[in-house]
Design a protein around this ligand. Structure first.
Ligand code: TXA
Ligand code: MG
Length: 313
């Protein structure tokens, strides 16, 4: 699994691999994705197998933009307005599948809806143009583990199952896309993510939350994003044998400390989140203590990931 710096030749090679039914890791602005041809049942099945993912967890079909999405799903006016405002970017829209959708039924895990997203990363866009097909891509981690935000983290997670890792540098956003369900009259926030909910509400109206018993997105499985260490949230003091994930002015006394953002900037914190969790985990610490993060804007997505990382395994 070569890690290739994502220039023209590497992108062409990755497109060839995808068209041949093989898997490629690609950079997006949120996290790295484990990509396969979304129209190829066997490639989609290989993604589930590689991640060890429960097959009821559907995948996002990545596209260049709204026109390409409209060939896969019923892309109504509300979807078009949201895409116009936030695409390409960290927003995933769940919409009814078109009856003639070429995307593998396995990608939507038997649902009659399909998640679509146009990523902003120039390498992802160039790859999608070269492939000329939708690319199914979950985050490039083993199921339940921390999402990778650089090529080295992908190699550590899934290096053995991909043909090529396209290295597009560290991910600028650092948390996954916001997932919005647009299959009903009220837009539902299935997963907080890179586009803050407050910004979506200006266009989509007040966002509902999925009801109990409704389809739960895997981002909603209780334990997810789990490091090997235990995670202790809302820490206001830290023990000498703990590692500290700080935000703002760090607590003192930890065995190791990484700061999500000394300046208290939520965008910087999101970009650092998964890489810092990985690095603290790699120290072999038993516990990662996490300082409180504000519950607004990107803080919603950060706290969502941290709560799942801390959930009982
Ligand atoms: O930022 C991202 O979204 C990254 C990059 C690679 O694009 N991808 C990503 O994919 O996070 P994944 O598979 O790790 O998470 C996709 C989320 C899951 O929570 C899944 O349940 C939800 O989207 N989802 C996908 N299709 C759905 C559907 N038809 N209905 C409801 N939820 C869906
Ligand atoms: Mg994921």
């Amino acid at each position: 699994m070569p890690i290739l710096s994502a220039g023209t030749a590497a992108i062409a090679a990755a497109a060839q691999a995808l068209l041949a039914g093989r898997l490629v890791a690609l950079p997006t602005e949120t996290v790295y994705g484990l990509g396969g041809d979304a129209t190829d049942d066997r490639a989609v099945a290989a993604i589930f197998a590689a991640k060890g993912r429960p097959s009821f967890n559907p995948l996002i079909a990545h596209v260049t933009g709204a026109d390409a999405a409209a060939a896969l799903v019923r892309f109504d006016d509300r979807a078009a307005a949201l895409a116009n405002a936030f695409w390409p970017g960290p927003l995933t829209l769940v919409l009814p599948r078109r009856p003639d959708s070429p995307v593998s039924l396995l990608a939507s895990a038997g649902l009659d809806s399909l998640a679509v997203r146009a990523p902003a990363h120039p390498v992802a866009q160039a790859l999608l143009r070269a492939v000329g097909r939708p690319v199914a891509a979950p985050s490039a981690n083993r199921s339940g583990r921390i999402s990778p935000t650089d090529a080295a983290a992908v190699a550590a997670e899934l290096g053995d199952v991909v043909d090529i890792i396209l290295d597009g540098g560290p991910c600028a956003v650092g948390v996954e896309s916001t997932v919005l369900d647009l299959t009903g009259p009220q837009a539902l926030l299935l997963r907080p993510g890179g586009v803050p909910a407050e910004e979506l509400e200006r266009l989509a109206g007040p966002l509902g939350r999925p009801q109990d018993g409704a389809i739960r997105a895997p981002g909603m499985l209780d334990s997810h994003y789990a490091p090997l260490a235990a995670v202790r949230l809302a820490a206001t003091q830290v023990a000498a044998d703990e590692a500290l994930l700080a935000y703002g002015q760090p607590l003192s006394g930890a065995a190791a400390t990484l700061n999500l953002s000394a300046a208290g900037d939520l965008a910087e914190a999101a970009a650092n989140l998964f890489a810092h969790l990985r690095r603290l985990d790699a120290t072999g610490t038993r516990t990662i203590a996490v300082m409180p993060i504000p519950e607004h804007g990107l803080g919603l997505a950060i706290n969502d990931r941290l709560r799942r990382a801390a959930a009982p395994r």
